[in-house]
Design a protein around this ligand. Structure first.
Ligand code: NAD
Length: 439
């Protein structure tokens, strides 16, 4: 038996080799690998397929140098990981964070492989990051950093190879700079190299709020599945960036009561409800949710333990873990962030009968609209927002009910069922391509 120190989950010794790393700290790549291994066992996939899918295909580390506004020269480390290109170009965001690491990129890239397969998109999975503190950098410095990073990784990205998108602390402007940096190396403009662009550079209508819209489509289905009408339900949200703010507005419009929100600087609580539209006005001015009118301060741990119906993690990985899962009172956890719940916490939540709607389904609205943006860019033909949202809603809802069938068939949690769907699809594509490296 192999036992991951982070998790009480054991992977039986079988024909499958098991992960060997012994890590003390939380390692998201170990988490995603254990999730993959569990699905692979249910699917009984062949060892050659298992080996191909377990490790990233490509990991690139680059060191880039820019001059800061104060004249000092500084170097930064960046990564781009392609976990899989079996079903299409790698697809996944670029994150700017002081905590970015190759392990985090590997995990996020693998989650993208399974996510694109869950919603049946013709993509694989990738992820990139630069270790930096974007909150302490000027617009000018961020533009230089982005363009140097793209120049450094330009050989492995492209519309048919690997298509980045926004992630934490990158946005439509960052994507526009990427179009510029990449296009200069081609001598022609190539918008299809990234998604999540501004409309002025052939971004897609509906992309800015796409991850939030997708979360809401899935929440509506989860509410039907549990017979749990959304009206007046209490909601708590970790993170108020792109994902957190868009889902906040949608649940508010649906008649839910948002009682708490946190961000990187702190948090706010009001048992009578918080208006996310007014909060957004404040955040646009001050950059934080803190000190919003008629609220009291709250931190992440207090928010997670609040008596509420729906908990939406929309910030960073690992925030719901074995130290706080027992305290959770919500009926539904809707994972807006990637990897917000550790495997240990998952087991506790399963015992508590909390429905955890996993990231690779719940937040797939972003990549689904990204897919439609890429299609529009390749065709030079554009859709209206209602058409985009209709296709996204159909795709996501179809996946939701396919997953419910798998939950029934294997008697497994929603997360495991979602992995069974995603891993099964990629395995089937690889099986059709044929054996590579047969021995
Ligand atoms: P963002 O940068 O727009 O917002 C992140 C938010 O989280 C900010 O409000 C920030 O203050 C907050 N935050 C950061 N660290 C925190 C902490 N320790 N505690 C509480 N709040 C904290 O990023 P985003 O695009 O909204 O992404 C959020 C999550 O959703 C990430 O896990 C990302 O990978 C995932 N995601 C994003 C998209 C997308 O389309 N943007 C799609 C799928 C998944």
């Amino acid at each position: 038996m192999s036992k991951n120190k982070n998790s009480s989950i054991s992977i039986e010794q079988s024909s499958y080799p098991v992960i060997k790393e012994e890590k003390v700290a939380y390692d998201p790549f170990i988490e995603v690998t254990l999730q993959f291994e569990r699905a692979a066992k249910y699917l009984d996939i062949e060892p050659w397929i298992y080996q191909r899918l377990k490790y990233p295909e490509k990991e690139l580390t680059v060191h880039i140098t820019i001059s800061r506004d104060n004249g000092h020269v500084e170097s930064f480390t960046g990564f781009r990981v392609q976990h899989s290109t079996i079903r299409g170009p790698a697809k996944g965001g670029i994150r700017y964070s002081p905590d970015a690491s190759i392990s985090e990129c590997k995990a996020l890239a693998a989650w993208m492989t399974w996510k694109t397969a869950v919603v049946d998109l013709p993509f694989g999975g990738g992820k990139g990051a630069v270790i930096c503190d974007p909150l302490k950098m000027s617009e000018n410095e961020l533009e230089k950093l982005t363009k140097e990073y793209i120049y450094a990784i330009r050989g492995i990205i492209g519309p048919n190879k690997d298509i980045p998108a926004p992630d934490m602390f990158t946005n439509a402007q960052t994507m526009a700079w990427i179009v510029d940096a990449y296009s200069r190396s081609l001598d022609c403009i190539e918008p299809a190299v990234v998604t999540g662009k501004p409309l002025s550079l052939w971004g897609s209508k509906g992309r800015a709020g796409a991850t939030g819209s997708g979360l809401f489509f899935i929440l509506e289905e989860a509410a039907k599945f549990l017979n749990f009408p959304l009206l007046n339900k209490k909601v708590a949200i970790l993170g108020f960036g792109n994902v957190g703010s868009s889902i906040a507005k949608l649940v508010y419009k649906a008649g839910c009561k948002i009682i708490a929100i946190t961000d990187i600087f702190g948090g706010i609580y009001n048992e009578n409800g918080i208006d996310p539209f007014k909060l957004q006005e404040q955040v646009s001015k001050t950059g934080t949710v803190c000190n919003f009118k008629d609220t009291t301060p709250i931190n992440n741990e207090e928010l997670i333990a609040l008596p509420c119906d729906i908990l939406i993690p929309a910030a960073v990985e690992g925030q719901i873990n074995s130290s706080n899962a027992e305290k959770i009172q919500a009926r539904i956890i809707l994972e807006g962030a990637n990897g917000p719940t550790t495997l240990d916490a998952d087991e506790i939540l399963e015992d508590k009968k909390v429905l955890v709607v996993p990231d690779i389904l719940a937040n797939a609205g972003g990549v689904t609209v990204s897919y439609l943006e890429w299609v529009q860019n390749l065709q030079r033909f554009f859709y209206e927002e209602n058409e985009i949202l209709e296709i996204t809603s159909k795709k996501m809802k179809k996946s939701f009910w396919e997953i419910v069938d798998i939950m029934d068939k294997y008697n497994v949690s929603m997360r495991t069922a979602t992995y069974i769907l995603g891993v099964g699809r990629v395995a089937e594509s690889l099986r059709s391509l044929g054996k590579i490296g047969r021995n």
